[in-house]
Design a protein around this ligand. Structure first.
Ligand code: ADP
Ligand code: MG
Length: 406
């Protein structure tokens, strides 16, 4: 149901807010934006829980701008409804001072917060999330909408780690052939063509491909915890983005297989015309590997030759021996399957000099750092979590340690 007062109507302001407060019981704050607050709320009649984004449009200076952009957000939200990985808008209320957007509630909150808790995601979980994100974008682009703010803060999770793409506040409907020039989004996720459209007078505008670039940034961040282009000086970061300068640095990328690196490389392609499309990305081998074991060879059926006739048995049948053989086969299969998860051998000398080189210690160090300093992570920037990974040893201290050890 939708209740929208005409903004020019003389209906008292409280009327519409009254309708909202009559129907829903607002609860605790789930998140905040520049001019909005998101709260959990409960439908008083059915007891069903929702999330309400309450937007303040009463500000003297920007009130009408915010109102206009919220109307655009509602228009876009209505266009993209009906996809399993896109947030569902349930209800809208508007008064002279506030707009209330009632959404389905995503209990697990932002992917950003989940990532801060777990530091990095496995390839399997990254595959699960990226596939859904790309499917959501395929649908959104299909409706001629470009999102322009794809980032882990705007990806919400449910209890099964399924995603919902949200926050269409920067989204735009693109007409055929139309190009955009405005500088909107979040610094670390901005595509090179969007930056160029703003910095170079003669540069062309940008289109849907900016969302595909942002997917590359998200995927990189999920796998190793820090974003690809982060730099303390924002200008350097923006230059790195425009030049597509990022690395799969060691040791954090050492254990990541080639398929996700290849897909990231194709998503983070500077030229939007050569960048992989959302549809192509969904067909990438990263999402279609038959097995997760790179050493496993799959033999095509035509290559299997007929086996020679079996030799006559020399030994009489023994149930015990056959049973033991079966057990050993199962054991071997289990061990091969778990090979990937077998802990690496820890070298004491490496652990003393450079504990960060060892994956198991690296995970512990990162998790501890996030637990202690996680509250420093400033959400509005989304980039500062990269600072928590800045634990490169000072050269002088490193030299002292080496001398002491020798
Ligand atoms: P803004 O435009 O201010 O960024 P968002 O729509 O992104 O607004 O919402 C801000 C935050 O509120 C989100 O990042 C998230 O933490 C929380 N939030 C928004 N919608 C929901 C929802 N449906 N369920 C749970 N949390 C939500
Ligand atoms: Mg947001």
């Amino acid at each position: 149901m939708t209740v929208m007062d005409d903004s020019d109507d003389v209906l008292p302001d409280a009327q519409s807010a009254k309708v909202f407060y009559g129907k829903y019981e607002p609860k605790e704050v789930l998140g905040r934006g520049v001019s909005s607050t998101v709260r959990r709320c409960v439908d008083k009649e059915s007891g069903v829980e929702y999330a309400v984004k309450i937007i303040d449009i009463s500000e003297a200076d920007h009130g009408s701008d915010i109102k206009e952009s919220t109307h655009r957000e509602i228009e876009v939200l209505r266009m993209v409804q009906g996809h399993p990985y896109v947030i569902e808008l349930h209800d809208v209320f508007e008064s002279e001072t506030h707009i209330f957007l009632v959404f389905e509630l995503l209990r697990q909150g932002e992917l950003f917060d989940y990532l801060t808790t777990v530091v990095t995601l496995s390839e399997k979980k990254t595959k699960h999330i990226m596939k859904q994100l790309l499917e959501a974008l395929l649908h959104v682009h299909d409706k001629s909408v470009v999102h322009r703010d794809v980032k882990p803060e705007n990806i919400l999770l449910d209890d099964n780690l399924d995603i919902k793409l949200t926050d269409f506040g920067f989204a735009r409907i693109l007409r055929p052939g139309e190009e955009l020039y405005d500088l909107v989004g979040t610094p670390g996720y901005l595509a090179p063509e969007l930056l160029r459209a703003n910095m170079v007078e003669t540069a062309p505008g940008y289109r849907f491909e900016v969302d595909t670039w942002a997917c590359g940034v998200v995927m990189y961040t999920l796998l190793v915890g820090c974003p690809p282009f982060w730099h303390r000086k924002q200008m350097v970061m923006l230059r790195n983005i425009m030049e597509g300068k990022y690395t799969f640095g060691s040791p954090e990328w050492d254990d990541v297989t080639d398929a996700p690196k290849d897909l990231i490389g194709r998503l983070l392609t500077v030229d939007p015309a050569r960048r992989i499309t959302v549809r192509e990305a969904l067909a990438h081998p990263f999402f279609h590997r038959v097995t997760d074991f790179p050493s496993c060879v799959i033999v095509p059926p035509e290559a299997v030759k007929e086996l020679p006739p079996r030799q006559a048995r020399e030994r009489p049948f023994s149930g015990r021996r056959t049973f033991r053989l079966a057990i050993n086969c199962v054991r071997a299969a289990v061990r091969i399957q778990r090979l990937k998860f077998t802990p690496e051998a820890l070298s004491v000398s490496v652990a003393v000099l450079d504990p960060y080189r060892l994956k198991s210690l690296r995970k512990i160090i990162d998790a501890c750092a996030f637990r202690v300093y996680g509250h420093w992570v400033k959400k509005a920037e989304g980039q500062n979590r990269a600072m928590l990974f800045e634990n490169i040893p000072r050269t002088d201290l490193r030299r002292t340690a080496l001398v002491a050890a020798s």
